[in-house]
Write a protein that binds this ligand. Structure first.
Ligand SMILES: [Zn+2]
Length: 286
């Protein structure tokens, strides 16, 4: 990642693949379209960041990728499905608005490039595969039924398949005399980013929870979330409630509304791990 500064307190970084794509676009004589694309991408990503801030989420970094960007958030793995969908839709919504406004108000070649880039950003990002925005909306919709981890795996594999499809299309086009390096670069990058999304889910969640120790040291205090839960709820369900932006305590409340002793995160995580290990042993072939 190439650091580009910290506008508004958000670390702005550019993926090396973006530079490769930009160099390829420049070489093919698409320099003006490149600037239009960069402007459209920054507006698209600013929409994600502003939506996150409006929800009270802390955005630590913004990484510019060839298909859009990734806003690194402290609590990315503990977003509620509705929040994740709204955050994901903010980018394509702004791209669509900018495309419509440009078509209605502006004239000239530069305006046409800006219109095209916003339209492409909106449509490509709405494809329902990870790591694109449409994939995040679909994951939010599927998370209740499949669970976030399974939905992430399925949609990341779909993203990798789409990337492979783009490369295959590039090969087919080249065999028919039309060489388009963008298809290869985009395809390879999409497949790589999709597989990385699949692998990094668990790591991102652990890193987010661990990041609280640093925040606690830096800020001196963290908000506490107190959950009242009925007796007998599996610890794995409680662990799914852990929030990167707060310290969670769980109190069992019985039918007569009497509260037991609070359980802290350490106790819940240890129990959840025990439950998962028991399930894995019970499910493994003997
Ligand atoms: Zn986006």
């Amino acid at each position: 990642m190439i650091p580009l500064g910290t506008p508004g307190g958000v670390a702005l970084r550019m993926h090396a693949a973006f530079v490769v794509l930009a160099a390829a676009a420049w070489r093919l004589g698409h320099g003006r379209a490149l600037w239009a694309g960069l402007l459209a991408l920054l507006a698209h990503e600013a929409a994600h960041v502003l939506a996150a801030r409006a929800m009270g989420l802390r955005v630590e970094a913004l990484e510019l990728m060839p298909f859009g960007g990734v806003a690194r958030m402290e609590s990315a793995c503990t977003l509620r499905p509705g929040q994740e969908a709204a955050l994901a839709l903010a980018g394509p919504a702004v791209s669509l608005l900018l495309a419509l406004a440009t078509a209605a108000l502006a004239r000239g070649i530069a305006a046409r490039d800006f219109f095209r880039m916003n339209t492409v950003l909106c449509l490509v990002n709405l494809l329902p595969v990870l790591p694109l925005d449409g994939g995040r909306v679909l994951r939010a919709a599927l998370a209740g039924r499949l669970g976030r981890a399974r939905a992430t795996r399925a949609l990341s594999l779909a993203g990798a398949a789409l990337g492979a499809g783009l490369v295959a299309l590039g090969v087919w086009a080249a065999a028919n005399g039309v060489v388009n390096p963008m298809l290869f670069l985009c395809g390879v990058y999409l497949a790589y980013a999709a597989l990385k999304e699949k692998e990094s889910l668990a790591a991102a969640c652990v890193a987010a929870l661990h990041g609280r120790a640093e925040r606690l040291r830096r800020e001196g205090a963290l908000p506490v979330r107190l959950y009242a839960v009925p007796p007998g709820v599996p610890a794995q369900c409680l662990a799914a409630r852990l929030h990167a932006g707060a310290y969670c305590l769980f109190v069992e409340v019985d039918d007569s509304l009497r509260a037991g002793a609070p359980r802290d995160e350490g106790a819940v995580l240890t129990e959840a791990l025990g439950e998962a290990l028991r399930e894995a042993r019970a499910g493994s072939p003997r």
